[in-house]
Design a protein around this ligand. Structure first.
Ligand code: ATP
Length: 214
C-alpha cells in the first residue's frame, strides 16, 4: 500500500508549539505514516540562525522523542550546500515508491515566499503542498502564486489524490507563536515555559542557549 509521508522544514531556532501542533494535526488529519521535521542547515532566505545546527537538531530531537508519527530527518544538515527544498524532495523521492504520497507542509508565510525559492515551479512534481494557516496570515496570496493556485489548489484537502501535484489549505489550532518571539523573550530574561516543550526548555538551559542580554 502507498505510504503517506509529510515533511515540515524549518530553521527551528528553536522549535516551538506552533510547529509541533501543526505537524501533529496534519499527521492526524491526513493519516500520515510519518511526518518528518527537517531542520535546514544554511537557510537561503534569511539571516543565520542564532544557535548551531547541532543544537537546533538536538532540540527538534528532544521535542519529538516518543511522539509518533513525528520524526526527525537530518539530511539537510549533512549536505554541504545551502538547504534547497527541491534537493530534499528529490532525495526523498529517490527513497520512496513511485505511488507514495509526499506532503510538503508550509506555514502561510513560507508559502507566500515560494516564488523566491530555487526551482520552485518544480516542487509540485514531487509532492502535494499543504498550507498551514497562521493567525497573522495576510488574506491575499502574492500575485505570482495566483495562477498556480487557480490551477492546482483543491477545496477539500481530503480530495488530494496521487503522489503529488496539488495544493490544499489546512486549519490548525491557531497558535500565534514564533521562534522570533521566543528568542526575544529569552533575550530579555522572560520565561518561554509552555511555548516550547519542557524537554526543549531543559536543553536550552543546560546548554546556555539564547542567553539574556544585559
Ligand atoms: P522565525 O520567527 O525565526 O522566523 P518561525 O517561528 O516562523 O521562525 P520557522 O522554523 O521559520 O519558524 O518555521 C518553519 C515552518 O513552520 C514554516 O513553514 C512556518 O511558516 C511554520 N510555522 C512556524 N510557526 C508557526 C505557527 N505558530 N503556526 C503555524 N505554522 C508555523
Amino acid at each position: 500500500m502507498a505510504k503517506k509521508i509529510g515533511i515540515l522544514g524549518g530553521t527551528f531556532d528553536p522549535i516551538h508549539i506552533g510547529h509541533l501542533r501543526g505537524a501533529l494535526e496534519v499527521a492526524e488529519q491526513f493519516g500520515l505514516d510519518e511526518l518528518r521535521l527537517i531542520p535546514c542547515a544554511r537557510p537561503p532566505h534569511r539571516l543565520s540562525p542564532q544557535v548551531s545546527a547541532a543544537d537546533r537538531l538536538a532540540m527538534v530531537r528532544c521535542a519529538v522523542d516518543d511522539v509518533p508519527p513525528l520524526t526527525v530527518d537530518d539530511r539537510e544538515l549533512r549536505r554541504e550546500r545551502p538547504s534547497y527544498t527541491i534537493d530534499t524532495l528529490e532525495s526523498l523521492r529517490g527513497e520512496l515508491a513511485p505511488d507514495d504520497q509526499l506532503f510538503l507542509v508550509l506555514g502561510w508565510d513560507a508559502f507566500c515566499g515560494l516564488p523566491g525559492w530555487h526551482r520552485w515551479q518544480e516542487l509540485l512534481d514531487h509532492c502535494h503542498i499543504l498550507v498551514l494557516q497562521r493567525p497573522e496570515a495576510a488574506s491575499e496570496p502574492p500575485e505570482a502564486l495566483r495562477n498556480l493556485l487557480a490551477a492546482r489548489s483543491v477545496g477539500d484537502p481530503q480530495a488530494l489524490a496521487g503522489p503529488g501535484g496539488q495544493i490544499a489549505f489546512v486549519w490548525q489550532t491557531p497558535l500565534e507563536v514564533s521562534a522570533t518571539q521566543i528568542r526575544e523573550r529569552l533575550a530579555s530574561g522572560r520565561s518561554v515555559r509552555f511555548l516550547v516543550p519542557d524537554a526543549v526548555l531543559a536543553y536550552i538551559h543546560a546548554h546556555g542557549l539564547y542567553p539574556a542580554s544585559n
